[in-house]
Design a protein. Structure first.
Lengths: 154, 154
DNA sequence: TCTGAAAATGGACCTTT
DNA sequence: AAAGGTCCATTTTCAGA
């Protein structure tokens, strides 16, 4: 399951654009299209490629507000933390959720339609939780860079 | 450029899995494969679908650490902010970058190989900037939910 | 690596509202 | 006009030799 430089070059190409035809990828990295096909298949089977997805522009579908929320919990009991994790993950407006070390315990990246929807969600997610000590809201004025790319050539 | 329920259903499907064949998508939403093809093409041309990409598992390629950094600037002069934005965006380990309102000015999501690499990057990105007042580091212990999906059915 | 079969894409054309 | 459906050529994928 070790990756050579061909694999890295392929991963780098498809994480930028997964619509490129395999023969074109082959030209870029100097492999036959069959070799490209085999490698991509293996990378997917091995889980190196988690999935292939279309990135939808949030603003185009009415989600024009990105909010980052830091959450500090009251009690770190495992069952309570687990319940919170599940609540956060189940919320479709919570696009990303990280369990972090430091002053705060969770960082959420949320996509909402407008401020009211966020206010509503804070009620459901934080006020009604009974285990949130406090939370801090950072409103994004500009999403300068959004992606899930991993450095592969550096 | 308005989206009907067919468009929404298609977007929802492809943002989960863009490898689904168009005829299969057509069955799911009750359209012919040609209609699916036309709609997806238009959604892409209109920028509703920003791009189609493969999601690479960071850990599989040696990037096993996710760090979230909040950055407060010293001086909000536009040219200085702009220079910072460019520096952040140009760094491949900075996967996401948000310009936010509140106590801090930037939030960065970074993918690094290990703590040393992060330490090195803080030097390059923050200490050498001359315009960073302070920064706060949140180390992710668990990436509970990672994605860029937008709620489309809710 | 090459070849070829099966599948998917995407355009042309006609029909419906 | 705008959008759907059917049909068909072209391209792409992907397995076996």
């Amino acid at each position: 399951m070790s990756l050579d430089s061909f694999d890295r070059a392929l991963l780098d190409a498809v994480q930028r654009d997964a619509t490129t035809a395999q023969h074109a990828l082959g030209e870029q990295v100097n492999l036959s299209s069959a070799a490209v096909n085999r490698r991509l298949k293996k990378l997917t089977a091995d889980g190196v490629i988690r999935k292939t997805v279309a990135l939808v522009d949030p603003a185009s579908v009415g989600y024009s507000l990105t909010v980052i929320t830091e959450v500090q919990v009251e009690n770190e009991r495992l069952d309570l933390l687990d319940a919170m994790k599940r609540t956060f993950m189940a919320c479709p407006q919570v696009q990303q959720c990280y369990y972090v070390a430091g002053e705060y315990d969770f960082v959420l990246i949320m996509q909402v339609k407008h401020m009211e929807q966020y206010t509503e969600l804070t009620r459901a997610l934080f006020f009604e939780s009974n285990n949130v000590k406090r939370f801090n809201t950072l409103v994004s004025m500009s999403n300068l860079k959004v992606g899930l790319e991993v450095p592969l050539l550096a």
